[in-house]
Write a protein that binds this ligand. Sequence first.
Ligand code: CA
Length: 570
Amino acid sequence: MRTRPLAVPVVLALTVAAALSFTALARQAPKVDDARLRAPEPGEWLGYGRDYAETHHSPLTQIDQSTVSRLAPAWSVEVGSAGKIETTPIVANGVLYGTSTYSVVYAIDARTGALKWRWDPALVKGGYADGAARFCCGPVNRGVAIYDGKVYVGLLDGRLVALNADTGHVVWAVQTTPVGKDYSITGAPRIVKGKVVIGNGGGEYGVRGYLTAYDAQTGKQAWRWWVVPGDPANGLEDRSMEVALKTWKGEWWKYGGGGTPWDGIAYDPDANLVYVGTGNGSPWARTHRSAGTGDNLYLSSIVALNADTGRHVWHYQTTPGDDWDYNAAQPMILADLTIGGKPRKVLMQAPKNGFFYVLDRLSGELLSAQPYVAVTWATHIDMKTGRPVETPEARYGSKGARLSPSAVGAHHWPPMAFNPKESLVYFPGQETSMFYQDVPAFSFQEGQWNTGTARGAAGAAVAAAPTPPAIPGARAFFVAWDPVANKERWRIDFRPSGGALSTAGQLIFVGDNGGEFYALDPATGKTLWQHKLAMGIATPVTYELDGKQYVAVMSGISAGRVHAFTLDGK
Ligand code: CA
């Protein structure tokens, strides 16, 4: 008699428990952890450059040269934007995570395009007088990182935020920059051994650059490495600042010094090194920044840091005593190459100054540096000293000089891709030149661009300037660079927009500024497929779900959309 009334609640309880645990199992996606980040499954895209080496290369082959003609739209979804889109999405557990302008983050079902959540930090838009953040180059954002159930994004106002990957709810947020100073974040965070690594921008606004690592679970600061010394009267943070101090003169700290690491970060887990590319000097003209002298370490440098402590291990300065906004914050790719018959673990970068660098990433030794555009600020890089040999007109002074590349740089933020089969690096760039002229009456102004350099200045000064060497007209391109032979393999005329994706299907995906999305032959640059999208294409990624390979990319200026393509489309 007593069993029945008891049995009902027991059965009910068991049923509810079973249903709950089944739901929990079904919903609980495997966590993105260090092992998965280190050796991602072929169908995954778990970080900005897909892997720690930032190759932007996928081993997927379903979409290849024989099938790419069947590539067609699978889904597309509007996520909103208010300007140029620079995001490279990531894909984890069937969800595509990306960003839009003003640091908006979104999560999309990567199979269907259904929007799962959208997180808008509601940053103040409009003018500085309205309280909007000051930033250099539009309210852009280049992407997120994922780790252990959380998605990480850096905001324009300098905050680093961890969001619940399932819900988009804020888990923690830290202010990584001093409030009231004109720092900004546009770059994607990277995950290194349970830490979130993030840099900053603002080099033209008189700030002092640094890279910081935060505990991924709590947001607690783990380490910080400063790019340039601060006011020596306040003491120096570490040994690398003592070394750097000897390369500065004057009172640079009043103008910050610059060096902001706003984009390129890579990680070698075997070497336990984090690599960071640093920004230009602030102000640009060394006359105003450092009494016209000194290398000004660690501006425009590639720096290797201990992944546990952030301690400086080695550096290579691409542009000693930067005078030209030639920052080296550009993306870097790590690869294993055979150079001179010897296997070398290398780091590659095409910074703004026009030379393509190949370094030994364990020691920092310079292996090669060849110009990939017409360069007139230096004749070459001396392989014995590792230093550029500057031309007489390079230090333009108050007389001024037209130099190539311009401050736009021969290559900017668009990610490079590396195809291991071809052993080629692919990236968009531009032939540019610019008239630089020192402004003797320069005075620092808070909240303004502080370069100390007149750009594209007026007739009389230009006429009095030395005759520049032959400089080709402005021209944009997409290039396949051979980092072993140190020369370009092929180059096509191209209006750059975003970066490149390489696949083992022997395809290079890249979009141009007019909205054409291409698949190119990595060996020749020949167009194998193209599709028209809205103007302003960011950087594509590829992933596989349920045996189907997708290529996804964001495009659009005022109504940004994520587009996914598969064979035979929907
Ligand atoms: Ca700059």
